[in-house]
Each structure stands twice: as C-alpha cells, then as structure tokens.
Design a protein around this ligand. Structure first.
Ligand SMILES: NC(=O)c1ccc[n+]([C@@H]2O[C@H](COP(=O)([O-])OP(=O)(O)OC[C@H]3O[C@@H](n4cnc5c(N)ncnc54)[C@H](O)[C@@H]3O)[C@@H](O)[C@H]2O)c1
Ligand SMILES: [Zn+2]
Ligand SMILES: [Zn+2]
Length: 411
C-alpha cells in the first residue's frame, strides 16, 4: 500500500510499504477514506520529538471502512462498518480508561517501560507518533491496523460526508476539551492563543458552552478571519499588544479563562524577544519548548482563573513565571485529548446540524501529494489551515495482504 513515511527532519515521502495485517484478535484493518495532517505532525516533521525512526508511518486523524476484524473485536465491529479512529489507542478496561482518561490508558503503550523512565509514568499508545508512545503505524496511508479496535473506534452513520466526521478523531474533541477544561460560566471571557485548526475548534466550543466573549490571538490574517467568522474578537499579536487589548476587553481585569492552542512552536519574532532567547536555547539543547503563549497567559489571566493547555509541549521549558501563577491562584488543566470521552455529544451535535467542523478544511488532495502538503501547511502558504488527504480517491486501493494469524499478543 501507499503511506506517508517519516525519513528524518523535513523528509516525509509517499512510499510503498507492506499492507497491515491482523496481528492480535482485538485488531481491525480499515481502508482509509480520509485522513488529515495535524499541527502535532509538524513537531515530528521538524524532528523535535525524540524517538522517531526512519520508516515510521505518519498520521493520527483517520477514518475509513472496516475491511477485516479480529475474532475478539467481532462483537463490536464488522466488515463494512464506517468508523473514525481516535488518535489515542485505549483498552477500555484499565483504571484510567474507566475514568475516561483515554489518552492515559495504562495498557496500550507497547514501549511503556521506556516511557515510564522518561515521564515517570507512561500515558497510552498513540497512532503515528513517537516510539515513546508505542510507535504504532499511523493512518496517513491506504490502510490502517487499529489495535484494541473493539474500543478504539467511533462508529459513524452513512449519509454524512467524511469532512464533517473526520475531525472527531482529534481536533474537534481537542478544541472541545480545551473549552470544557475551562468550566465556562456565563459572563466569562475566554482567550484562545493560536487560530490553527485546534484553536478554531476551541473558539466555537467555548461559544457553544456559553462564553460571553471569545478572543482569538494569532498573527495570520486568514486564520484570524476564520476565527472572526466563528464569532471571536481577534487580536493580531504582530500589530497590537495582546496584554493591553485583553485587559481593555475585560474592564482591566483580564480573561477568566485562557486556552493554549499554540504549543511548543510559538512564532519567533523580534516583537517578542523571549522567543528569540527560547530559539537560541533550543538550538543549544538547553530548553525543549518555546513557551511564549504560556508566559503571556499566566501574566494576563484574571486571578483565580484557568489556564487550559492543549498545545503540545515536549519537555523542559524555561522562564515560566510559576510564582505569578501560584500567587494569582491559577488552575492548570491540560492533556492529550481524551477523544472518546466527548464523541457521543459531538456526534449528536454534528448529526442535528448544530456543529459542522468541515469549515476548517482549506485543502483536499490525494495521499501522494501529502509530502508537498506538509510544506504548504508548515509554511502557511496558500491560506492553508487544514489539509485532508483522500487515499484511494484516484483509483481504489487494493490490499494484497492475506489475513494474519491473529496469534500475536500485544507486547
Ligand atoms: N492536546 C491534544 O490532544 C492535541 C491535539 C491536536 C493538536 N494539539 C496541539 O495543538 C497545537 C495546535 O495545533 P494546530 O493543528 O492548530 O497547529 P497549527 O500549527 O496549525 O496552529 C498553531 C497556531 O498558533 C499560532 N501561533 C504561533 N505563535 C503564537 C503566539 N505566540 N500567539 C498566538 N498564536 C500563535 C500560529 O500562527 C498557528 O496559527 C499544536 O501544538 C498541536 O501539537 C494537541
Ligand atoms: Zn493531532
Ligand atoms: Zn486502558
């Protein structure tokens, strides 16, 4: 089959690789109809995430049609079912899964021992990500093996186009969780740093949850326009002071709720000198992340407020004003999204027409154009906000692999 394969820094290729097979009775194989490139994939593209290996298949936002089901998943899935695949792989049985902390599943990271050493305690397995999260092949491919498929799926009805459903895999529940973590009350101002796909979903979620005003911060005109179309007040941080404007909009008190949808790769600019320092430290391996948005959030957030972090951070951050956060009594909430915790509610909103996440799609191309689209998305060229890839659209994909033995155990 064809798949987008990581070969090193800024080197992703559309290669021919072996077709996936059923390796365990809980597995399923799907034929991918749509998949997308995420801001998290850019961290891999830039080789900022340790423990990627040449040959790893990218992608964690995927949907398709079930082709084959292992014996232990057969009660829950059958050939022909249409499913969206959440980016976290989860068992459904461990203590974390019982609490619906699906991204923290205790059983699905097959490199748990290594991750325990790095993180103290490991989270769960993720598709198409680092070997620290299991090194599972991802879904930017014609076919995907879904481990723990009896749980790790979202069944979706026919009759709704892929573009409206695909983002249940990641960015929609991620944006939703960003807002949910804020415990929004009427009268709240929610400020959202970053108007990429995750920020866009967070903006709409915060408004649906009853925020009085949502303020969106970025420096890219197209993304700010999309945020404004969704009902946000916008701040272009290259043109005005984020702190001054947020204080203006809140009677001098600051927003009660602050969402980080930027993460580790904050823009570097002379207008924000700390980002230059962070960049230098990153190059000298003295710091992993560029936490400009976090610093700004801590400074401007109203005392007693909430900092909700969904932007991905990778390791050690420097010069984070912890004393300010502590003395202002701020609450921190953060996670890799617990995707399936939110999907029943979100699917209902999509089905009844209250929510249509397809507004974010700016580019839709064949899988073979994936490598080029990584660059377009990274460079924010051509007003690119979200790329959807459609494997098999130019001629149906065929899988040559025969059914596996299904005798393997999850390592
Ligand atoms: N926690 C999760 O489960 C989860 C899921 C998906 C994505 N993510 C993470 O969320 C983040 C955003 O993802 P995305 O797909 O929207 O990516 P993206 O790269 O398209 O968006 C990031 C946006 O932040 C803006 N930005 C950069 N510096 C900024 C600053 N200082 N202030 C305000 N805006 C700034 C950029 O212009 C860009 O529009 C990434 O870190 C990604 O890894 C997390
Ligand atoms: Zn993602
Ligand atoms: Zn579990």
């Amino acid at each position: 089959m064809k798949a987008l394969v990581w070969h090193g820094k800024e080197d992703i290729r559309c290669d021919r690789v072996s077709d996936p097979t059923i390796e365990h009775p809980r597995d399923a194989i799907i034929r991918v109809t749509s998949c997308a490139i995420c801001g998290s994939d850019l961290h891999l593209f830039h080789n900022l995430v340790p423990a990627m290996l040449p040959g790893d298949i990218m992608g964690h936002e995927t949907m398709g049609v079930v082709e084959e089901v292992g014996s232990a998943a057969a009660g829950k899935l059958k050939k022909g079912d249409r499913i969206v695949v959440p980016f976290n792989i989860f068992c459904g049985e461990c203590e974390q899964c019982r609490r619906q902390n699906y991204s923290l599943c205790e059983r699905t990271n097959r490199n748990k021992e290594l991750a325990d050493k790095v993180f103290g305690h490991s989270g769960g397995g993720l598709f198409g990500y680092t070997h620290l999260t299991g090194g599972y092949p991802g879904g930017q491919a014609e076919y995907l093996r879904v481990p723990f498929a009896d749980c790790t799926h979202i069944k979706v009805p026919d009759g709704i186009p892929d573009d409206k459903l695909l983002f249940l895999s990641d960015i929609l529940p991620t944006g939703w969780q960003a807002a949910a973590q804020c415990d929004i009350e009427s009268g709240d101002t929610v400020a959202v740093w970053g108007c990429g796909p995750v920020g866009q979903m967070a903006i709409r979620s915060a408004l649906l949850m009853g925020a009085e005003q949502v303020v969106a911060i970025d420096c890219l005109g197209d993304r700010l326009s999309m945020a404004a179309a969704g009902g946000a007040i916008t701040i272009n941080f290259m043109q005005e002071s984020v702190i001054a404007r947020l204080n203006d909009l809140t009677g001098g008190k600051g927003p009660q709720k602050c969402i980080d949808a930027v993460g580790t790769e904050s823009h570097v600019s002379f207008a924000q000198p700390d980002t230059i320092l962070d960049r230098g430290k990153q190059m000298m391996l003295m710091e992993n992340d560029r936490p400009h948005a976090l610093r700004e959030m801590i400074y401007v957030c109203r005392p007693g407020g909430v900092i909700s972090v969904m932007g991905v951070y990778l390791g050690l951050v420097d010069k984070l004003p912890m004393g300010v956060a502590m003395n202002k009594g701020l609450t921190w909430r953060m996670a890799q999204a617990h995707v399936c915790r939110w999907t029943d509610e979100l699917l209902r909103l999509i089905e009844d027409g209250s929510l249509d996440p397809s507004f974010v799609v700016t580019h839709k191309v064949d899988l073979a154009q994936g490598p080029e689209m990584y660059r377009v998305f990274r460079n924010k060229q051509d007003s690119c906000i979200k790329v959807v890839l459609t494997p098999g659209a130019n001629g149906a994909a065929t899988r040559t692999a025969q059914a596996g033995t299904a005798a393997g155990a999850y390592a």
